[in-house]
Ligand binder design. Structure first.
Ligand SMILES: C[S@@+](CC[C@H](N)C(=O)[O-])C[C@H]1O[C@@H](n2cnc3c(N)ncnc32)[C@H](O)[C@@H]1O
Length: 311
């Protein structure tokens, strides 16, 4: 890490209220990040074990080893014993639960995307303002391959389709063509600046200049390199198996592809009751204070018991 910037948790009051209503004893914070939501959720968790109930617990999961290695976050040395941290994808929640000797959680919180700490980490290449950084884009730098290698192994067609599908970028074909031309010239894209330069040339400036020409392309590559949408889809498809009746999922997404997956997963499985007919949005005040929250959408669903399930 090169600079420190504090990540401000998105829709904190809403997460606490919607999860708190389930009176959880076991919460999975699937995207632990700076631990902001976990810290707040401690308030809705019992302070200690009562009767035969399992000990109150928040399982914090993150794919990024840097997040879990930081000791100034809750879960670091000497902090609250009700928090256990696991390195790994939230898809592995059942294994983390089993490790803590329980089969079910009462809530799953997902706050998708990346944290402000990751954005300023020069080694990751998440921010297109750090032009000399390597184009890596992995949450977990120890797994899979960095984005510049991903590009090197793909053909023009696949690169274009990925940028179009995951970035909803209209100029995806032009961008893919330029990426492949550079590779043919034995000067493949390697840094953030290489890709930003291509996007600047290929994408006309938006009318009100509100979006950087590289935004959609970076989003697309990050989603592809980390397999983000498939992980979200698979996790939500199986979550009803390990969330107890009356338990909840609260999922914050930041773009339409994620939001669609969350919406459909809740609708398609009759074991979920949708509690938010429309996604909840941050208040104007939150957006003013934390502009990163402006595209957030929160959806919440409750796991029905067998007697509540239709049919
Ligand atoms: C927006 S941040 C979470 C911030 C956190 N809720 C807070 O309030 O501090 C998203 C985090 O999710 C992590 N992440 C992304 N995909 C993941 C996955 N499949 N499994 C676990 N963590 C993931 C990222 O590494 C990042 O730290």
């Amino acid at each position: 890490m090169n600079e420190s910037i504090e990540h401000v948790s998105v829709m904190p009051d809403e997460i606490v209220a919607w999860v708190g209503e389930a009176h959880p004893r076991t919460i999975v914070d699937g995207t632990y990040g700076g631990g902001g939501h976990t810290r707040l959720l401690l308030d809705v968790l019992p302070k200690a074990t009562t009767g035969d109930d399992p000990a109150p617990l928040i399982i914090g999961m993150d794919r990024d080893p840097a997040v879990l290695a930081r000791d100034d976050v809750p879960g670091g040395p000497g902090s609250d014993p009700r928090i256990e941290l696991f390195l790994g994808s939230y898809e592995k929640s059942p294994a983390a639960l089993a490790h803590c000797e329980r089969s079910h959680a009462d809530a799953l919180v997902l706050d998708l995307g990346l944290s402000s700490d990751q954005l300023v980490d020069r080694e990751r290449g998440f921010s297109f303002t750090m032009e000399d950084a390597e184009l890596d884009l992995r949450f977990d730098p120890e797994s899979d391959i960095p984005a510049y290698e991903w590009l090197a192994y793909r053909g023009e067609r696949e690169i274009a389709d990925t940028i179009y599908q995951f970035g909803e970028e209209r100029y995806s074909r032009r961008i893919a063509r330029s990426i492949c031309l550079r590779a043919q010239d034995r000067n493949p894209v390697r840094t953030v600046g290489d890709l930003v330069e291509i996007c600047r040339r290929c994408v006309p400036r938006s009318k009100n200049h509100d979006i950087h020409p590289a935004t959609r392309t970076f989003q697309a590559l990050r989603i592809a390199v980390n397999d983000e949408l498939n992980i979200l889809q698979r996790t939500l498809a199986s979550a009803a198996d390990w969330i107890s009746p009356g338990g909840r999922i609260a999922a914050i997404s930041f773009h339409s592809l994620e939001d669609r997956i969350v919406k459909n997963a809740f609708r398609e499985d009759e074991r979920w009751k949708v509690l938010t007919k429309k996604p909840l949005r941050p208040t104007d005040q939150e957006i003013r204070e934390n502009p990163r929250s402006r595209s957030a959408k929160l959806r919440v669903a409750e796991r029905l018991g067998s007697e509540d399930t239709p049919g």
